[in-house]
Design a protein around this ligand. Structure first.
Ligand code: IMP
Ligand code: MG
Length: 198
């Protein structure tokens, strides 16, 4: 479609993978009542689809955190912008993330959650950019290994745009996107030949 970006994970592949993740989680948590925590905003799209593949009694909650100094800062100073609504003491927690990159955000989040005495904490991430990891992190449930490229769609944004793409798109020319964020607009149009299954 363009040299700037292309579909990396199509909607049908995402759907199938989430179905598998849901089945695995359902088996692992049978007889329990997990609370799935999404990290706003990117993880919310994944969470919404994932919970409907887990036929167990469960709860959801949201947390929002922001990093000081922007994405290039390697010291992981993180601040809670919005905390959970409910206590997680004694609960089985599953943290649902869109993407794990350096791991700084998630490792801070996990240590915060663990200080509240949950029964367990596991991570479910749709995308794992493992090559960029700075902090070691156990991802119990992983959707896809992600290439070392900037990706948007399915919750992931570029400057708050493109979270509503049905597919996950890899950006090959980040400079071109910065010059003109509209270059990704064609990916917004459903069935515009970007999925392969259309
Ligand atoms: P980490 O602390 O470096 O693991 O950062 C993870 C967060 O950075 C994710 O929750 C995303 O919000 C953001 N992020 C990392 N890589 C990408 C990407 O390729 N596209 C969009 N957002 C990303
Ligand atoms: Mg995020």
């Amino acid at each position: 479609m363009s040299d700037v970006a292309s579909v990396e994970f199509g909607r049908e592949d995402i759907r199938r993978r989430i179905e598998e993740l849901g089945r695995t989680i359902t088996g692992d948590y049978e007889g329990r009542e997990p609370v799935l925590i999404s990290v706003l905003k990117g993880g919310s799209v994944f969470l919404a689809d994932l919970i409907r593949e887990i036929p167990l009694p469960l709860a959801i909650d949201y947390m929002s955190i922001s990093r000081y100094g922007g994405a290039t800062e390697s010291r992981g100073r993180v601040r809670i912008v919005k905390d959970l609504d409910n206590d997680i003491g004694g609960r089985d927690v599953i943290v649902v993330e869109d993407i794990v990159d350096t791991g700084l955000t998630l490792s801070y989040l996990i240590s915060t959650l663990e200080s509240r005495a949950p029964a367990s904490v596991a991570v479910c991430a749709l995308l794992d950019k493992s090559i960029r990891r700075i902090v070691p992190l156990e991802i119990r449930y992983r959707g896809f290994e992600c290439p070392d490229q900037f990706v948007v769609g399915y919750g992931l944004d570029f400057e708050e745009r493109f979270r509503n793409l049905r597919d996950i798109v890899a950006v090959h020319d980040l400079e071109a996107l910065r010059r003109d964020p509209d270059v990704l607009l064609p990916f917004l149009h459903e069935g515009a030949g970007v999925d392969g299954s259309a």
